[in-house]
Design a protein around this ligand. Structure first.
Ligand code: PEP
Ligand code: MG
Length: 862
């Protein structure tokens, strides 16, 4: 070998405390960034150097202790006396060889000298069976040591100086932590079986699952890789439903991290409101009619219904004009960087506030969408790319826009509609940050009344800033029924049509249009007759709603005099006001968990009392059934850091949580018992399984009531949402004051169909005869003890189900506030005796569809 070709260190005078590492084999130097594996090239293992070995023995680069020898003998970790942790990894992806081709020459724990043989390897075998022989020497505890000199390109001889490390100022490597840095790798393949695949929420949750663990995890799919910290990178993998991905973890807790990420990804889809709106909360959008060959009427474009309804109005283009930031920075890079940080922090705070208010309104879907935006905002892929551009002299705005655009370009190559839709979320945070940087686009669009807003695609923040009183419909050229904008449109009740195509852009601004979102059509230049028909239909529906509202303040009973209490399900103070406005007789279910999500700590008894007191006052004398915390499963709160469960729906949820956190329930009960006047509140216990559980809880309530100095009896009810509770209702009713049937859970547990699984949404119907029979059993059990039964699950607000529930003996229906007038009107048109007979007949039917069909026929509706 000619001397000129040899690689040399520049550094010649050593500080006695520096650590000098010698080449562990002979071979050409490969700068770390050129190592053909991003795990190393991007520094996941730490700073270091690569060598393409020509020898078949790995010798120790320093004196030290072997703190870890990989099970598969392809890698070793050494600790020097100064505390530097040196990882040497032979070849790329060699863990896959399962130890074949490697022969260890030392054992873990051995003290070795520089130059001593550590691992012998079969270069031919490894070269043939691994993607590359390039090996890496990396400093695992880079927080304590800097590489101050390294060999340049050229060939290094084994034993020649390769790297010089210097202890960082003020950092003391913890030499007592023997074995702390471990080159453990863990791998796991899994198939994403849920709708949407690796979309924003699961990606964000998976990232959280790995946070704090001593391991780096990356996700690999079809030759692409992304670190778990980068949600944007994960989305860019394009791993849709059915994709088989591989998780690779490196570090002491690699197995734990990989398992935690896998558990998150496997349970994704549950409670994913943004991608899979729950059937009970917002009707699944009708799908665009298949091209049936049937020609569309003239001047009509077809789209996909994202939110049902019919509207007439003038088309207004909402498409925001581009915000075009100046390319070059006007000041120093450091100032631009600070401006970007400040803008991101401001947007983060705004989003935090939006999430908080949406949660308070009970708009869980909307809250989830903006929570994902917060995660995207701090994504290292975006922020690092922007910083790189700033360091090249670009302005903060330009750098941010370019960073986002690069990711959007990646996402638009992804062959998965749901993932590609997340580009709209990125565009949204692009605009927000640019605005926070003081950049603006066109002046705000002036909206006429009855505006039909048209855009290529709305972003969620477009919808949060529009004047909702003036917008009568939303139409989009692109987008999907699962886009976040579509979900918000459904939540705010504005008819919306998506995926109309570019033909939408050809409709001139100001044109009168009829949007029949339910039918998936937009008609431009409609005839006077079309407009009249549409207006008539809209008015008819509005008239029916209005007539119902007028009477809704009065109690409802059937034509033959059976009184039915129509109560409201609420979650917030605003809902309580809506319940009163809509004429609810009472509150049949206050879901308390929504009052306390997004908090760092559990509420105190005083905070509970204050929240409930406010709600009780807003109810103006109506009673409220307040359910104790039902967290777990699909309802999560931030401050409960319980370990993830394999089957959260069957785990520590509802009152079961009190087994591990009795303090939470006690504080809530104390708060409930402090509300005045005492009779305004009834307590409802969720997820009770049998009467032993109820009796224990009741005894605790009585004890706390005595402590609070209350002498009057406290009414306690039980949710019937577990089949065992329905079957044992007679035993429960002996100790309870009333029963309230939670048909959402009762259906999921009876039919063994996850209530959040979109593929089962159509089948998971509470009108299944099996569920109806359990409801009948529950009512009969309650009647034995003279107790009343209500329904607070979504079935109670379903006009098709109401006659049957009443026929089975239910005397209270607790429904969304907006549904109260319609359900009261429905009750008033029923004959209880007929309901009884027909409900009995329906119990003999064999499917939910048959029950639905029978009900529709007997009790047709508007
Ligand atoms: C139910 O399960 O029907 C119910 C009302 O409770 P939740 O939907 O809050 O689980
Ligand atoms: Mg429930």
């Amino acid at each position: 070998m000619r001397r000129a070709e040899e690689s040399q260190l520049n550094h010649s005078i050593d500080n006695p405390n520096d650590v000098v590492l010698l080449a562990p084999f002979t071979g050409p130097v490969v700068p770390l960034a050129d190592v053909p594996d991003p795990v190393f090239a991007e520094g996941m293992f730490g700073d270091g150097i690569g060598i393409d070995p020509l020898d078949n023995v790995l010798v120790s680069p320093c004196d030290g202790v072997v703190t870890h020898l990989a099970r598969t003998h392809h890698a070793v970790t050494l600790r020097t006396k100064e505390g530097a942790e040196i990882l040497v990894h032979i070849g790329i992806d060699t863990v896959e060889l399962g130890g074949k081709g490697f022969t260890p020459k030392v054992q873990q724990g051995a003290t070795v000298r520089a130059g001593e043989a550590l691992i012998e390897f079969d270069t031919d075998f490894v070269a043939q069976h691994a993607p590359s022989l390039v090996s890496v020497i990396a400093i695992a505890n880079g927080d304590a040591f800097d590489v101050i000199d390294r060999a340049g390109r050229g060939v290094l001889k084994a034993g020649s100086r390769m790297l010089v490390l210097r202890q960082k100022h003020g950092e003391k490597a913890d030499t007592a932590r023997a074995g702390a840095v471990v080159l453990d790798e863990a791998r796991r393949s899994l198939t994403l079986s849920h709708a949407g695949g690796l979309h924003a929420r699961p990606a964000a949750r998976a990232r959280e699952a790995a946070r704090g663990l001593d391991a780096k995890v990356e996700v690999r799919y079809e030759g692409k890789k992304a670190p778990i910290e980068s949600v944007v990178g994960l989305l860019g993998l394009g791993a849709g439903e059915g994709a088989t991905i591989e998780l690779v973890g490196i570090g002491a807790q690699s197995q734990q991290a990989v398992d935690a990420v896998a558990a998150e990804l496997l349970r994704a889809g549950q409670g994913e409101i943004e991608e899979t709106p729950a059937r009970a909360k917002s009707p699944a959008p009708a799908v665009k009619p298949a091209a049936s060959g049937e020609p569309l009427p003239p001047n009509t474009l077809a789209g996909v219904c994202a939110a049902p309804g019919i509207a007439v109005g003038k088309l207004v283009r909402w498409d925001d004009q581009e915000i075009v930031p100046p390319e070059q920075a006007s000041g120093a890079s450091a100032a631009e960087s600070r401006a970007l940080d400040k803008a991101i922090a401001q947007v983060d705070a705004e989003l935090g506030e939006t999430v908080r208010t949406a949660s308070q309104r009970g708009a869980v879907g909307e809250a989830g969408i903006f929570a994902v935006h917060r995660v995207l905002l701090e994504d290292p892929t975006l922020v690092d790319a922007a910083r790189d551009l700033i360091s090249l002299g670009k302005s903060a705005g330009f750098a941010w826009r370019e960073a986002i655009r690069a990711q959007i370009a990646l996402l638009s190559n992804v062959q998965d509609e749901l993932l590609a839709e997340r580009a709209a979320d990125l565009r949204d945070i692009e605009k927000r940050v640019l605005r926070a940087l003081g950049l603006s686009s066109a002046a705000a669009v002036e909206l006429p009344p009855e505006a039909v807003l048209a855009a290529t695609e709305f972003t969620p923040s477009d919808l949060s800033s529009i004047d909702r009183t003036r917008v009568t419909a939303l139409v989009m050229a692109r987008g999907g029924a699962t886009s976040h904008a579509a979900i918000i449109a459904r939540q705010i009740g504005i008819p919306a049509l998506v995926a109309i195509g570019d033909a939408l852009h050809a409709i001139p601004e100001g044109t009168q249009v009829v949007v029949d979102a339910s039918a998936g059509r937009i008609e431009h230049a409609p005839t006077a007759l079309d407009v009249e028909r549409a207006r008539n239909e809209r008015e008819r529906l509005a008239g029916v709603r209005e007539a119902n509202r007028k009477l809704s303040g009065e109690a409802a009973s059937t034509k033959d005099g059976r009184a039915i209490e129509v109560a409201a399900n609420i979650a917030t103070l605003d809902d309580a006001k809506a319940a009163v406005e809509n004429g609810a007789d009472s509150v049949g279910l206050l879901r308390t968990e929504l009052l306390f999500i997004h908090r760092q700590s559990a509420p105190t008894a005083a905070e509970h009392a204050q929240s409930y007191q406010g709600i009780v006052e807003a109810l103006q004398g109506r009673t409220a059934i307040i359910r104790t915390l039902d967290v777990g499963a699909d309802k999560e709160v931030d401050y409960l850091t319980l370990p993830p469960e394999e089957n959260p729906a069957l785990g520590l949820r509802g009152v079961r949580l009190a087994q591990v956190r009795p303090d939470l329930l006690d504080d809530q009960l104390r708060g409930l018992l402090a509300v005045k006047p005492a009779g305004a509140v009834r307590i409802l216990l969720p997820m009770v399984t049998d009467s032993g559980e109820l009796q224990r809880l009741r005894a605790r309530i009585d004890e706390l009531a005595r402590e609070a100095g209350r002498s009057d009896p406290v009414e306690v009810g039980v949710m019937i949402e577990v089949p065992s509770a329905a079957l044992l209702a007679d035993q429960l009713a002996k100790h309870a004051d009333f029963l309230s049937i939670g048909t959402n859970d009762l259906t999921q547990y009876t039919l063994a169909m996850d209530r959040c699984q979109p593929d089962l949404a159509a089948l998971s119907d509470g009108l299944h005869p099996a569920v109806l029979r359990l409801i009948k059993t529950a009512v009969q059990g309650a009647e034995k003890h003279g107790k009343w039964v209500g329904v607070c699950g979504a079935l109670g607000g379903d006009p098709v189900a109401a006659p049957l529930l009443i026929g089975l003996g239910v005397t209270e229906l607790s429904v969304d506030p907006g549904s109260v007038p319609g359900i009261k009107a429905r009750v008033r048109n029923l004959d209880y005796q007929l309901c009884r007979q027909r409900a009995e007949d329906c119990l003999a039917l064999e499917s939910a569809q048959a029950v639905r069909a029978a009900s529709r026929e007997i009790w047709p509706r508007d």
